[in-house]
Design a protein around this ligand. Structure first.
Ligand SMILES: Nc1ncnc2c1ncn2[C@@H]1O[C@H](COP(=O)(O)OP(=O)(O)OP(=O)(O)O)[C@@H](O)[C@H]1O
Ligand SMILES: [Mg+2]
Length: 641
């Protein structure tokens, strides 16, 4: 029935409009008479206002307004405006039948008859609640986003125009770069780059790459407002308009100075570790070689000394040759000493020393070694604590350092020896140290030389001039004494060598080494001496030297055989034993002998510090390699006790 009615209606023009309006469900389309009474209603109106046609026709449209808007006379004013201006358009809250509200977009058009008389209004309303909610949500999220960006303090986040002018600035940017938004917005971002980078057009290149590839990322030095620099990680992202054209750039900068410093420190530490491992390895090698070398030298030196004395008649030429050879062995011995020192394997006679005394005693030696063009100065404070060190080794070290100074001053200059007390030196055990410094006014060292200066056999002095063992010796001696050697130098600015030695504490109860030269009255008594050494070459040599001195020699190739001989030969006056032997060490042998014979003088011959702490304590020592004189002195000391 209804169907046919519609169909009939559709035949007329009016009927077709009616059908159209009735089909629309997204818009409320209805008519009002001139004072706002509702005269028609469509399905769209029913859908989002909730009223049936029968309920609402005849009511005033003002019922769709909120209480507030009604009181404010809004409905009436809307009609007036529509009548007066030909159209009324607005958005606002409207009320549904169930009392809930929706956000409506409203258009009211006046309807006039042919004579122009107002006969009513056409009203079209759309429910925009959803759109409005998305808009609100969008605005809110934008605001939240702005607050977020603004609140970030670890990253500088800001926008640049296409040309690179700053257009926004967050608090991270202010914190990292130092500018307030007022100071920087509108300025070109190239001012964050160093002068050098600006000249190299890095800022422009960054934007060009950003524009071309959509993104640019790099690390580099940037400049703060106060001129200081920081190491930055920078990302530049291109931002596009909806139509795809370039709008500008988002720039995110992070201060990674700390991270970089940490990475650098790690790298340095790794390198230092590598260096110390290398030194350790070279030390082992050097120490081993030097030890064997020492024995060889001893044999050569001893044999030469004997040969020298036994040579019949005196051909001055032969005597000269032997002399040369002997000098060579002495130089060789000095060299192996340095190698042992570097390998921290020399035997240190630690004592409480006054560095001032040590330097005083060697001033004339220093001055004559350095020559007339070098002035030697000393600067010591009045109060100077004593240090724990080996006096001879300390002398040797200072001489080495001073000669290095001289070599760096071909035109002459000043070598200054000084000392100052320091507490808790980085890299050393906690405690007090004396820093003994040797300063020169010479050429200084470049970085590469400075880095390698303490390596054994590193020298810049040319073949035959330097051994490259001077500083390694000092370094080894310092470390073995519980201190260290530090070099400070710049090319053209001279060099300071700082030798740190531990301040002597009362507890260590070290003997204060007497400064008087040890004048020993050599014993003239002929003795029966037992020598123990597993190296036949050394044994042979020692025996020959002793026999030359007029003693009777018994020789044992091992500790156990030595014990046999001692039991057999009651008349033995003295024993000289090597320390390192396969079956028993020299000090162990001494301990065994002491059980039966408390008074037999025993001398321990050692090539280097091969004694564990406490081992062989109280036994007189004889350092290898030794010549006849050292041997005679050691015997005199041992017997004289
Ligand atoms: N005071 C200094 N001024 C400038 N360069 C120095 C100084 N001290 C050391 N060097 C550099 O360090 C290198 C190593 O020094 P080191 O004392 O170990 O050996 P050397 O002096 O070359 O040889 P040697 O000490 O055996 O005569 C030197 O060759 C020199 O290049
Ligand atoms: Mg040197």
């Amino acid at each position: 029935m209804e169907h046919t009615e519609r169909f009939e209606a559709s035949k007329s023009n009016e009927g077709r409009f009616r059908m159209l309006v009735d089909a629309v469900t997204d818009y409320a389309i209805y008519m009002l008479d001139p004072d706002g009474t509702i005269t028609t209603w469509n399905p769209g109106a029913r859908r989002f206002k909730g009223y049936e046609e029968s309920e609402i026709i005849g009511d005033n449209f003002s019922r769709f307004y909120t209480e507030e808007d009604r009181k404010a006379g809004l409905p009436k004013r809307a009609l007036e405006i529509a009548a007066h201006e030909g159209k009324f358009e607005s958005e606002g809250w409207r009320v549904r039948k169930d009392g809930t509200q929706f956000w409506a977009s409203v258009v009211i058009d006046p309807i006039r008859d042919d004579t122009g008389r107002l006969v009513g209004f056409a009203k079209i309303t759309r429910d925009l609640t959803e759109r409005r909610q998305t808009e609100l949500a969008l605005r809110e999220s934008q605001e939240q986003f702005r607050l977020l960006v603004q609140g970030v303090t670890d990253y500088a986040i800001f926008l640049l125009s296409r040309e690179g002018y700053v257009s926004s600035w967050n608090s991270g940017a202010q914190r990292i770069k130092g500018y307030t938004p007022e100071e920087i917005i509108g300025q070109h971002f190239s001012r964050f780059y160093t002068e050098h980078d600006q000249q190299a057009r890095l800022p422009q290149q960054a934007l060009e790459i950003g524009a071309r590839e959509g993104r640019f990322e790099k690390e580099g030095w940037r400049v703060r407002k106060d001129g200081t620099q920081f190491f930055a990680h920078v990302v530049i992202d291109a931002i596009y308009n909806p139509d795809g054209s370039l709008l500008g750039f988002a720039k995110i900068t992070r201060d990674i100075t700390e991270r970089m410093n940490a990475a650098r420190a790690l790298e340095d530490a790794r390198e230092a570790l590598l260096q110390s491992q290398k030194m350790e390895a070279i030390g082992h090698l050097t120490g081993g070689v030097a030890h064997d070398f020492n024995n060889l030298l001893m044999a050569i030196q001893g044999s030469l000394e004997l040969l020298q004395r036994r040579l019949p008649g005196s051909d001055p030429k032969v005597a000269q040759l032997i002399d040369n050879a002997l000098q060579g062995t002495r130089r060789g011995a000095a060299l192996t000493q340095r190698m042992l020192a570097f390998a921290r394997r020399q035997e240190l006679r630690l004592a409480s020393l006054d560095v001032r005394d040590v330097v005083q005693r060697m001033t004339s030696l220093l001055q004559s070694s350095l020559g007339p063009s070098v002035r030697v100065e000393t600067h010591f404070p009045l109060e100077l604590p004593k240090v724990t060190a080996d006096a001879n080794q300390l002398e040797l070290a200072l001489l080495n350092l001073a000669i290095n100074g001289r070599d760096a001053m071909p035109k002459g200059g000043v070598v200054t020896v000084g000392a100052a007390e320091r507490a808790d030196v980085p890299g050393l055990k906690a405690g007090n140290y004396l820093c003994v410094s040797v300063t020169d006014t010479g050429t200084g060292m470049d970085e590469e030389t400075l880095k390698r200066a303490m390596e054994p056999f590193f020298t810049t002095k040319g073949v035959g001039k330097g051994t490259g063992l001077g500083l390694p010796m000092v370094h080894g001696m310092a470390e073995q004494s519980g201190g260290q050697l530090l070099l400070k130098s710049k090319l053209g600015e001279g060099t300071v060598a700082e030798l740190y030695l531990p301040v002597a504490t009362g507890k260590t109860a070290l003997p204060t080494q007497s400064t008087e030269t040890r004048v020993l009255s050599l014993v003239n008594k002929k003795l029966a001496i037992l020598t123990v050494d597993d190296d036949p070459l050394v044994a042979l040599n020692t025996s020959a030297l002793l026999e030359e001195l007029g003693h009777t020699v018994y020789s044992a190739p091992s500790a156990s055989l030595a014990l046999d001989i001692l039991r057999r030969e009651k008349k033995i006056d003295l024993m000289i034993t090597d320390q390192l032997m396969p079956d028993m060490t020299g000090s162990e042998l001494a301990t065994r002998i002491r059980i039966e014979n408390a008074h037999l003088p025993i001398i321990l011959a050692t090539g280097y510090a091969e004694l564990a702490p406490g081992e062989g304590e109280g036994l007189p020592r004889l350092a290898k390699p030794f010549g006849q004189r050292e041997l005679a002195e050691a015997i005199a000391r041992a017997v004289g006790r």
